[in-house]
Design a protein around this ligand. Structure first.
Ligand SMILES: [Cu+2]
Length: 166
């Protein structure tokens, strides 16, 4: 009997003679917490969870915040901060370094939810999406197949991920 239901379920997957194979939209969570005590400690484990995703060109990626803290998804050049010095440089808006902290200014701390460089959708460095606390968004990846997009959070540049486009 159980086998029958398995077969029935499999049959339902076949639509019009073709196997329904729409890839699920990848979901990247922003999660973690921060601690600050004057002259004692600052720590953060804010991060993109499953931040490395693969999609077809034209497909979407969903970003969802569960940290209650604002973040950005900012497409940057391939070189990202790999130590705390680099992170400080990334945070210095006037330096406009590889982590594109300048994006924070562009968003106006949340007033502008999307900055577009190049074509619409995520395709080149300078594209940036503001992710509101406990919010979510879906972004279309418009870069051509074969591209790898690197992204970071302009507020927390130790948060880093990749979108491989196939
Ligand atoms: Cu962040």
């Amino acid at each position: 009997m159980r086998k029958f239901f398995s077969l029935a379920a499999a049959a339902l997957m076949i639509v019009g003679g073709q196997v329904a194979s729409a890839d699920p939209v990848p979901v990247v969570l922003t999660q973690g917490t921060q601690t600050f005590k004057t002259n004692k400690v600052f720590s953060s484990n804010l991060r993109y969870v499953h931040g490395n995703v693969t999609v077809n060109s034209g497909e979407t990626v969903k970003f969802e915040d569960v940290s209650g803290i604002p973040h950005s998804i900012t497409i940057v050049d391939t070189q990202l901060a790999t130590d705390w010095v680099g992170s400080y440089i990334c945070l210095a808006a006037n330096l406009g370094g590889p982590c594109a902290a300048i994006a924070v200014d562009g968003h106006g701390f949340g007033a502008v939810p999307e900055l577009t460089a190049g074509a619409p959708g995520l395709d080149v460095a300078g594209d940036s999406l503001w992710l509101f606390p406990n919010g979510s968004l879906e972004a279309t990846v418009s870069a051509p197949a074969g591209t790898t997009l690197h992204y970071t959070c302009a507020l927390h540049p130790w948060m880093q991920g990749k979108i491989a486009v196939k």
